[in-house]
Design a protein around this ligand. Structure first.
Ligand SMILES: Nc1nc2c(ncn2[C@@H]2O[C@H](COP(=O)(O)OP(=O)(O)OP(=O)(O)O)[C@@H](O)[C@H]2O)c(=O)[nH]1
Ligand SMILES: [Mg+2]
Length: 278
């Protein structure tokens, strides 16, 4: 765990325990002292500064470079960002937020491709979003359709690819949409992870979705946490850069840059900076 909790009755001793366990570069994130039935109880939450440094480096605030007249990305066509992750993680909602948020790709031409043709109602959900957002939507059922679908939205600056939830049971269905995704060759693949997921389950999720070649993680449902510091534990378990987080169902407002929010949850930036919108 990134964050370790230490208990005791004497603050100095608990600090010493933390230092013994985590080494001299220990950073105290929070300490609390309260009395319970006349006994002083101390709780100290600490982390290794080195681990925090590694986490900070992964919270990259910069947006990807977008296509320009000079072809600055080294290839023509739109920037392609795909979203993959477990069922119900918030992929489709994030797709709509990315498409609409003025501080993300505001003013750019956006297109959407969905590979989610499996779940009943999934296509209708995306069609409704595309309609209200007034954005072109392409649906790819098999690999043969990908080149034509891509060509139809080739004039877009950014294409967002929505995918079905990874089914733990249906290997064939997963293999099929994952091969479709590879044929699209996205520039970035964001692994969408609900913050409410147990941190120790994160590595096996990353492994299960390795065929999608995730380049980033995107943590959703932060609003459902009892204690926001838990985002840091999820973030620390996924060894990928994290640019955005989501903290609610409201499209597009509940999407924010990750850095200040995650460091803010740890008390490492001021609260005001930590809650600033995207
Ligand atoms: N509280 C909360 N709910 C969210 C957030 N993001 C999405 N949701 C809700 O989670 C539910 C599932 O969201 P979807 O976007 O459909 O999730 P998905 O990953 O596309 O789901 P599948 O396509 O079924 O795999 C919806 O009710 C969303 O409104 C978030 O950040 N916080
Ligand atoms: Mg979906």
């Amino acid at each position: 765990m990134l964050l370790e909790t230490f208990h005791g009755t004497d603050l100095r001793r608990v600090f010493d325990d933390a230092r013994r366990a985590l080494g001299d570069d220990v950073l105290i994130i929070r300490s609390a002292v309260h009395k319970e039935a006349g006994i002083t109880r101390v709780e100290v939450i600490a982390a290794r500064q080195q681990d925090l440094q590694v986490l900070k480096q992964r919270l990259e605030p910069t947006l990807p470079s977008l296509p320009s007249a000079q072809g600055g990305r080294g290839r023509s066509g739109p920037l392609i960002i795909a979203l993959v992750g477990p069922t119900g993680a918030g992929k489709t909602t994030v797709a709509a937020k990315l498409a609409l948020h003025r501080n993300v790709f505001g003013g750019r031409k956006i297109g959407i491709i969905t590979l989610d043709t499996y779940r009943v109602g999934a296509l209708e959900q995306m069609q409704q979003y595309a309609e209200v957002m007034n954005l072109p939507l392409e649906v790819a059922y098999d690999a043969k359709e990908v080149p034509a679908a891509m060509k139809r939205i080739d004039d877009r600056d950014v294409v967002i690819v929505d995918t079905p939830g990874r089914s733990p049971r249906s290997h064939d269905a997963n293999a099929q949409w994952q091969s479709l995704l590879r044929s699209i060759a996205p520039d970035e693949v964001h692994l969408v992870i609900p913050a409410t997921m147990r941190p120790d389950a994160v590595p096996s999720l990353v492994q299960a979705l390795a065929p999608c070649r995730p380049t980033h993680a995107l943590i959703t449902k932060i609003d459902e946490l009892h204690d926001e510091r838990a985002i840091a534990d999820v973030a620390a378990r996924v060894d990928l850069p994290i640019r955005w987080i989501a903290d609610g169902q409201v499209v597009p407002d509940d999407l924010h840059p990750s850095r200040n929010r995650i460091l803010g949850a740890l008390g490492l930036v001021t609260a005001a900076a930590g809650t600033r919108a995207a």
